[in-house]
Structure formats: C-alpha cells, structure tokens
Ligand binder design. Structure first.
Ligand SMILES: NC(=O)C1=CN([C@@H]2O[C@H](COP(=O)(O)OP(=O)(O)OC[C@H]3O[C@@H](n4cnc5c(N)ncnc54)[C@H](O)[C@@H]3O)[C@@H](O)[C@H]2O)[C@@H](O)CC1
Ligand SMILES: [K+]
Length: 468
C-alpha cells in the first residue's frame, strides 16, 4: 500500500523549511531520476526529445537535458518563453552547454523521429484549459512513435484528474515526491502508463506525511487460504444469495462465492432455479447463515422480504437494483455492510441520501470528491465505487485499486465481485478487508487471464481466483 496525496506543494515546502533543502535541489533530484530511468533503458546516442513548458515542469525537463547532454542526442523543444525563475536558470545553463534548443516540432525530421519523448510541458501548475497550440502539439507528440515519458503528471491532466481536451499519452509517468490522486481518476488511466515515484532529496518515507488515501497493490491481498486441518464446511461460513427476477446474476455470485472459499452457499429464491449441485436453494433465509448478498438481478419486487433481510443483523453486500430504492437507507451506517455501486447506481445513492444530485459525467469527473462526501457522512459503511480504478472507502479512508482491466467490462463480472466479497464476509473477514481482498482478486484474475482481453467471461474470472 502506498500513500497518495491530493497536493504535494505542502510536502515540497516542508522539505525546504524543515530539512533545509532548496527548490533547486529538489529539481536536480527530479531530473536525475528521469535520467536514471533513461540510462537504464536506452543506449548511448539515442535520440531524445524533451518538450519543456514555461514553468518548473519545463525546468525539470531542461535540467534533464543538461544531464543527458553528450551521452544522448538530446533536443529540447521550448514552445513558449520560459517564465519561472528556475526555468530561466535551467535554460541559461542548457544554452551555455550547447544543448540543441528548438521552438517548433516541424524542424525535427519525421523519418528519424526521437526514440524517447519526455513531456515536461505542464505539471501541477496546469490551471486552465489548453489553448489550440498546446492541443496541437500534444496531438502531434501522441501520434509519434517512441517511448513516452511524462514528467510528474502527463500534460493535460488537471487537478481533478480530468482531461478536458487533449492529454499526453505516456508509457510511463515519473511523478515527483509522492503519488497524486489526479493520476488515479478513471480518465487518467489511459494517459499515465506505469507510474513510478522519484525521491526528491530525502527518502520518500520522510518526504511523505499523513494521508487518508492509499494505493493498493497485489501484495495487499489476503486470500482465504485454509490453515487448520481439523475443519468442516461450517468452519467457512454460510452465505445466502438472494436471487431475483434475473436469476443469472445471483447464480454467478453464488458460484463465485463457492470458488472463493465459502463453506456453504444457498440461493434464496421463490422459483426453482438451475444451480450446480453444490449450491443449495430455499425460499427463506437459513438461520445459520453468516452473510448475505442482495441486489443483483433483484428487480423491484419482494419489498417486504428485502426489508426484512436488510434489517437482519448480519454481514451483507448490497448491489445493483437496491441503489434505486429508498430501502437502501436502512442499512447505511450499520456495521458490516458493503455497497458496490457502479457510477450510475452511486449517483442514485447520492440522490437518495440527499448528499448530491449529479449526473454520471459529473461523478466521473470528480470521483474522489463524491466518494469523500459519502465517506464523511457514512464512515461506518464500506463503499466500493466501480470503475477503471475502483475506489473503496471506510472510516474516512480511501483505498484505490488500480489493477482493474478493460477485460472486466462485461455483463456478469460485477456479480462475480459481489460473490467474492460476500464469500469473505461469510468467512468472517471485516467488511473493509473483505472488500479490499475481493476487489484485488477480481482484478488480478482478469489480469492473469491468458487469452485475448475481449473474451473474458464471468466464469473465467471465477476460474482465475482459484489459482491466485
Ligand atoms: N515545487 C517544487 O519544489 C518542485 C516542483 N517540481 C516541478 O514543478 C512542477 C510545477 O511547476 P509550476 O508550478 O511552475 O507549474 P507547471 O510547470 O506545471 O506549469 C506552470 C506554467 O504553465 C502555465 N500554464 C498553466 N496552464 C496552462 C495552459 N493551460 N496553457 C498554457 N500555459 C499554462 C502557467 O502560466 C505557468 O507558466 C511540478 O509538476 C514538477 O514537475 C519539481 O521540480 C520538484 C520540486
Ligand atoms: K508533464
């Protein structure tokens, strides 16, 4: 788990005030870390184009050019007059050294384009929409071949993680000091490439302060591996899955839960459904059940039964249709409840809770803002907002799961996730731990899937969690 920050300006300032570092020293480290990355990957004399803006993001790039000069065939493209004091200083140094400085892309030959393009146009100082010239430049850079590195933040991604017009499409983002939330908006996922952090003169653990946002990784998974031999099916919980009108959703969730370790799984249904032999079925909730999954394919019937089940003091995952029903309000802020909405369902939840009345576009543009709003009002409820980077919140902390894959954009994969979370709740995991592990397992299964990414089925995801 790594720390993530909304803004690192205060952390930069703290380095200067508390540890006596200077802005120049921080910048030297930023440039050196990009140099190290390039040296580790590219041989001498490769062609490197560094595109530098007027502020300190540009200054990082100009300093990088100085460090790479003579070992590589370096050019810096400076399309606007440098403005910040550091950019002016770095520009003067690069000039004295004889670095090739150009002001337009067209002077570079198309046939022998650069092997590496480093984007240092805008970083954290982007404070307005890109003008036509910057848009054209970024579009042309994106269309060029070559390994693409973004310095700090891909140009065009704003503070909220939105790309309003064009953004630099990087293979890797080398971000300065610490991870930033804007790099983990859903939109940003198509621009950042891999993300690594550069130290800025002190080790990252010293640079970073306290935060309430964390980035999950595969090491955070805690699989329900069985330890004790002296066990029986009851040792691993009994999950009830409420099956609704669309019976497939509940059956997929039940299958997923069985594969993820639940000792017993029963589907609760008023009609006879076709389930595998190892899944039981009945019409009322068994007394000994240890968790419930409800909402998937439910439709809007059975209101009395749904209310009764939601009122039972038992761990539950609530999904899908229930976010469009005021009955959801009865479970908010009770312990051991996990909500797993997709963006449209989350908008409905926000409306029902009277926290906000917004469109899906507004939500997607401000995912962190609205998840935090929910978290502040319902700190005891675990929320998992689905997306390219799913956000999980509990107790005012946000966990980002960046491992999502486009292969999961398929009907039925959400039902698998519900089943995985419910399986862990049934086995006694806390709501937040169940959600973190299930969400990671779901994504890791999709990532490990060996066939083409368009072909993944919910059953493949279930198969994948068996071999993590
Ligand atoms: N503050 C520090 O101590 C450090 C800063 N560093 C670098 O400095 C960067 C931030 O530098 P700045 O605050 O100077 O900001 P930037 O360099 O990101 O951009 C600011 C400049 O771009 C202009 N600008 C903003 N939006 C624009 C738009 N849409 N179209 C045209 N021009 C636009 C501004 O007027 C300003 O001239 C970080 O991203 C990082 O790369 C690093 O060197 C590490 C240390
Ligand atoms: K940049």
């Amino acid at each position: 788990m790594q720390k993530v920050f909304d803004d690192v300006h205060a952390l930069d300032k703290r380095c200067v005030d508390k540890f006596g570092l200077s802005e120049e020293l921080l910048m030297e480290h930023a440039a050196a870390s990009m140099m190290q990355y390039i040296r580790g990957k590219f041989s001498n004399n490769e062609k490197i184009l560094i595109v530098c803006g007027a502020g300190n993001n540009g200054a990082d790039g100009i300093a990088l050019a100085r460090l790479l000069y003579s070992q590589y065939d370096v050019s810096i493209l400076v399309p606007y007059h440098v403005k910040s004091a550091m950019a002016k200083l770095q520009y003067k140094r690069a000039n004295l050294l004889g670095v090739n400085i150009i002001d337009t892309l067209s002077v570079l030959s198309l046939e022998h384009g650069p092997d590496v393009i480093v984007d240092c146009l805008f970083g954290s100082g982007l404070n307005r929409d890109l003008d036509d010239e910057s848009q054209r430049l970024l579009t042309r850079l994106n269309s060029r071949c070559g390994h693409k590195i973004a310095c700090d933040i891909p140009s065009g991604i704003n503070k909220q993680g939105q790309v309003t017009t064009v953004g630099f499409c990087a293979d890797i983002t080398i971000t300065m000091g610490a991870l930033k939330t804007q790099l983990y908006s859903d939109v940003a996922k198509d621009y950042t490439g891999n993300i690594i952090v550069s130290d800025l003169g002190v080790h990252r653990s010293i640079y970073e302060t306290a935060t309430n946002t964390f980035l999950l990784d595969s090491a955070d998974i805690k699989l329900p591996l069985r330890i004790k031999q002296n066990s029986h099916k009851g040792s691993f919980g009994h999950l009830s899955v409420i099956v609704g009108n669309k019976t497939g959703a509940g059956i997929i969730a039940a299958e997923a839960a069985f594969a993820f370790g639940a000792g017993l799984v029963t589907v609760i249904t008023e009609q006879e459904v076709n389930v595998p032999y190892h899944i039981m079925q009945t019409s009322i909730l068994p007394e000994n059940c240890t968790a419930v999954a409800i909402g998937m394919g439910l439709g809007h019937d059975r209101k009395a039964q749904v209310k009764q089940i939601l009122n039972r003091d038992i761990a539950k995952v609530v999904d899908a249709d229930l976010f469009h029903n005021d009955v959801i309000l009865t479970v908010l802020n009770s312990e051991n409840v996990v909500l797993t909405p997709h963006p449209k369902e989350f908008c409905s939840l926000l409306k029902r809770t009277k926290l906000a009345e917004i469109t899906v576009v507004e939500l997607q543009n401000n995912r962190f803002k609205y998840v935090r709003l929910f978290a502040v009002n319902y700190p005891q409820t675990v929320l998992l907002l689905k997306g390219a980077n799913s956000l999980i919140t509990y107790n005012n902390i946000i966990y980002i799961n960046p491992l999502g894959s486009n292969a999961l954009s398929k009907g039925g994969t959400g039902d698998v996730l519900t089943g995985l979370i419910a399986a862990l709740l049934a086995q006694g995991y806390s709501a937040v731990n169940a959600t973190i592990t299930a969400s990671l397992a779901h994504c890791m299964s999709a990532t490990n899937y060996p066939k083409n990414n368009y072909s993944l089925t919910p059953m493949d995801v279930i198969e994948g969690v068996k071999v993590l």
